[in-house]
Design a protein around this ligand. Structure first.
Ligand SMILES: Nc1ncnc2c1ncn2[C@@H]1O[C@H](COP(=O)(O)OP(=O)(O)OP(=O)(O)O)[C@@H](O)[C@H]1O
Ligand SMILES: [Mg+2]
Length: 391
């Protein structure tokens, strides 16, 4: 059965709605701030196929909402409830409004219009044979590492930054350090939304609402930060997260995921979805021992050495552990080596991706070699295997 959402904060209209509608129409009444993204999210979240937009919405917002829904969710019919002034009618029709009903039409006018739209919607639904599976196009890059402070966030931020130099507005950096993540703060950004809100509210199902939920960095990368309120993270379900990542990869060229320390459910859910998995370790005996145990765990869930890249970060001759010694401790080769560089600490303290200030030099070269792998359609070995490693 068709359901109808009435978006308004107009009290008179809200109470009037109870009397309006005949049996057989399923009506939700919702309030939303008069902002395009809010109204669009409210309509989409209601699951309705008809949206009645109340007279309290500013005309500009109403037209924007109709245009947005017209392109992102064309199956939703929009009806405006307001006086049908000629100028508004022209704009509304151009935007894609299906009807304009005013107080003068009375209860029967509104009912007739909604019943007609509802019947048309039922017919359209009946004509649809099957849902079309989204076609994946973007690659998912996941950065993990059991030890804190090894450089996961530094790696994720600079990878996303580097990719955005080639593909502005096509790279999404997702902060899955749900406990201590602070990428938005670290980059001095005011977040629009966060990963839990977008996953739980299934905002990802609506491409326009999803795009409006991302925060843009001046470099062209888009950020989906961790929630600022810690308790919100408790409600994140792995399935919602997986669905979010899959949807992101259908709309963006690269998804780069930062994780917190340890092997959290979120980090592992992201790792399983990844086309490219970067595991970060530093020349510290404690970290090498912890990683050695976690590598066995990764193997057990299919994140095997074939698909993962070990990244040896903060390489420093003074550290007392060489790359070769670390490789022999882990029985696995390092794919990439990033030298220790004091300036990385300075730039991260200033909220700037290191590569923005120093696009050349040994650190930049290490990132270039990672980028070469990420931009390659094939797997690292250049085989004919499909690029998804973990499915
Ligand atoms: N190659 C490097 N040389 C010197 N300092 C580095 C290097 N990489 C990262 N750092 C510094 O190490 C510190 C920890 O880095 P970062 O926050 O990226 O680690 P993390 O693994 O994300 O930590 P956490 O587990 O707490 O999330 C930061 O001060 C960062 O600037
Ligand atoms: Mg971090």
């Amino acid at each position: 059965m068709t359901s109808i959402v009435l978006v308004t904060s107009d009290d008179k209209l809200r109470s009037f709605a109870d009397e309006w509608l005949p049996d057989g129409l399923n009506v939700f009444v919702r309030n939303a701030a008069p902002v395009t993204a809010e109204v669009v999210n409210t309509v989409v979240a209601s699951g309705s196929t008809i949206a009645v937009l109340g007279p309290d919405l500013p005309e500009r917002v109403l037209i924007d909402v109709v245009k947005t829904l017209q392109t992102s969710r064309p199956e939703i019919d929009c009806v405006a409830y307001r006086n049908p002034v000629a100028q508004f009618l022209v704009k509304g029709i151009h935007a894609g409004l299906r009807d304009v009903i005013g107080p003068r039409d009375g209860v029967s006018g509104l009912t007739n219009s909604l019943v007609a739209l509802s019947e048309a919607a039922d017919l359209r639904r009946a004509n649809l044979t099957a849902d079309v599976e989204p076609v994946s196009r973007g690659s998912i890059v996941s950065v993990i590492g059991p030890k804190g402070g090894v450089g996961k966030t530094t790696l994720a931020v600079n990878l996303a930054y580097s990719l955005a130099q080639y593909a502005a507005n096509e790279v999404v950096l997702v902060d899955l350090d749900l406990v201590c993540g602070g990428i938005a703060d670290a980059l001095q950004l005011e977040p629009v939304s966060d990963v839990v809100a977008v996953s739980q509210g299934r905002i990802y199902e609506d491409p326009t609402a999803l795009k409006l939920s991302l925060t843009t960095h001046s470099s062209g990368m888009l950020i989906l930060p961790a929630p600022s309120i810690l308790s919100h993270a408790e409600h994140l379900q792995a399935e919602d997260l997986t669905a979010l990542l899959r949807h992101l990869s259908t709309h963006f060229a690269h998804i780069v995921i930062d994780s917190g320390p340890g092997s959290t459910d979120a980090a592992l859910a992201a790792a399983v979805e990844a086309d490219h998995l970067f595991v970060v370790v530093t020349p510290e005996i404690g970290g090498l021992n912890v990683l050695s145990r976690h590598l066995n765990g990764y193997d057990a869930i299919g994140l095997t050495a074939v698909g993962r890249h070990l990244v040896f970060n903060k390489d420093d001759p003074r550290a007392g552990i060489t790359v070769e010694e670390a490789e022999s401790a882990l029985s696995e080769r390092m794919s990439f080596i990033i030298p220790a560089e004091q300036q990385i600490v300075v730039t991260s303290n200033h909220g700037i991706p290191y590569l923005e200030t120093k696009p050349r030099g040994p650190v930049a070269e290490a990132f270039e070699s990672m980028l070469a792998v990420l931009q390659d359609e094939q797997t690292v070995g250049g085989t004919e295997e499909p690029k998804r490693w973990f499915r």
